[in-house]
Ligand binder design. Structure first.
Ligand code: GLU
Length: 466
């Protein structure tokens, strides 16, 4: 059997990070088993579905390199088929037309409320002869659901779950305007797309019983189900904006790398021993549904940022440069000159060792491309004492004797420190302050080599001239 799974988001808003984890799990499961990963856009809620939200789905899957293996299926293009199946069920006697009026349903609901019971349609059209149909009423089609016994689902994560059929009523499959209900459309589409495994959030678990009944009524074999525990916030509540980012694109905007976000999301609710950092290849090799945890996973933003830092250190410097330059331009609201861009590229291997996100990376590179006078942090300013200024002018002279490569600049700094009887740090720190405006930066010799003699001197002169 070829494994086929699908990611089935509704394009009704931002793509929640929990949905992205569902996509990732589906993708890895498909790849692990040499199967296919498909995308179905569930755009049947015409009032809430938007093109912009559909585009976000494509963009996020692209960004995270979770591309589907076949063209996307848009659920709204399949209404005719959904209707056809509902009609076939009526023909087969597993579904029926219900002509209940709004008033009748309201009355049923009121009675249930009064009895403090959940509302259930009472099945009054279940066995009625169609000749009794009132004129001028467009009927809905309802499933003739089993009344006794149980519906049992063997979930790959939850284990065996069951419900008494008496607790489920005859759900609507097709509305009176001919539009399928969501529950019905999903089953027909999953069947027609040959989906073998439905992997989705456990907020859909209750739908599964009803959907199982549709499969059974059609005599279709059910797919396997795997319901993933939802992601909770750090405080245990449902993950929402008050905890931090929840929209997938916000993570991109905040400067997370796609491989880091996927790595983190995978570990959130799936484990393989203590392995924390896993490449995509390793993920594919190791992922299976057995490793999915049963408990709710807690989003830990601190952990995510640590994982991102690891991936940032390992990333190709030229790729990071390409990702960072537009951020620097946005921060400065200016276009960078080729020389400025080259500096960022040159120092990137040292910058990426220190930053945890692309946003931090851009911030940390700003000093390279800024003109004098640089903005100074108070700590950096405090280092620029009279004595430090004397050292700075002596250092400039010494540096001028070198070839301005990091090793020789370093040697010159060491020699000067020895000559004036100071620890190297006491000489290097004011120099860093003068050249970068701050007290943290990559090694100062590498910074100087990147800035070049002309700019080093200009920056130091700007201090000495004050
Ligand atoms: N469209 C549903 C959602 O966005 C998913 C349905 C499913 O996976 O079966 O939550």
């Amino acid at each position: 059997m070829t494994i086929r799974v699908r990611f089935a988001p509704s394009p009704t808003g931002m793509l929640h990070i929990g949905s992205v984890r569902t996509a990732l799990f589906n993708f890895l499961f498909a790849r692990h088993h040499g199967g296919a990963f498909l995308l179905r856009v569930e755009d049947t809620d015409t009032e809430r579905s938007t093109e912009a939200a559909t585009q976000v789905i494509f963009d996020v899957l692209d960004w995270l390199d979770l591309k589907p293996d076949e063209p996307p299926v848009f659920q709204s293009t399949r209404y005719a088929r959904h209707r056809e199946v509902a009609e076939a069920m009526v023909q087969a006697g597993t579904a029926y037309r219900c002509y209940c009026s709004r008033e009748e349903l309201a009355e049923m609901r009121a009675q249930a409320d009064a009895a403090k019971k959940p509302f259930r349609y009472d099945g009054r059209w279940r066995d009625r002869d169609p000749s009794e149909a009132p004129a001028g009423v467009d009927p809905v089609i309802r499933l003739k659901a089993p009344r006794s016994g149980e519906t049992i689902v063997h979930d790959r994560v939850k284990g065996e779950v069951r419900v008494q059929n008496a607790e489920l009523d005859d759900m609507i499959l097709l509305r009176s305007n001919g539009v399928p209900t969501y529950l019905h459309a999903v089953v027909v589409d999953d069947h027609d797309m040959d989906i073998t495994h439905v992997i989705r959030g456990d907020d859909h678990l209750t739908n599964t019983f009803r959907q199982a009944q549709i499969y059974d009524a059609m005599g279709w074999s059910r797919p396997e189900f795997a319901h993933l525990p939802l992601i909770h916030g750090p405080d245990g509540g449902k993950l929402s904006k008050r905890h931090g980012a929840v929209s997938s694109l916000q993570f991109r905007d905040e400067g997370y790398l796609p491989e880091a976000l996927c790595n983190y999301l995978l570990r959130l609710g799936w484990g393989h021993g203590d392995a924390e950092i896993l490449s995509r290849d390793d993920q594919i090799k190791l992922f299976d549904l057995d490793g999915v945890g049963r408990g709710a996973a807690k989003m830990d933003y601190k952990k995510l940022i640590q994982v991102n830092a690891v991936w940032l250190r390992a990333a190709d410097p030229d790729r990071l440069t390409a990702l960072t330059l537009p951020r620097i331009e946005a921060l400065l609201d200016a276009t960078l000159t080729p020389i400025a861009a080259e500096r960022v590229q040159k120092l990137m291997p040292r910058l990426q060792e220190r930053a945890r996100t692309l946003a931090e990376l851009a911030e940390s590179a700003l000093f390279l491309v800024r003109d004098t006078p640089l903005p100074f942090t108070p700590k950096a300013l405090a280092l620029l004492t009279e004595e430090a200024r004397d050292d700075l002018s002596a250092l400039l002279l010494a540096f001028a004797q070198t070839d301005y490569t990091a090793p020789s600049l370093y040697q010159a700094m060491v020699a000067h420190a020895e000559a004036v009887g100071k620890k190297l740090g006491l000489v290097a720190e004011p120099l860093r302050a003068a050249l970068t405006g701050s007290t943290t930066s990559p090694p100062i010799d590498a910074v100087m080599e990147t800035l070049g003699q002309h700019d080093v001197e200009r920056r130091v002169f700007a201090i000495l001239a004050e």
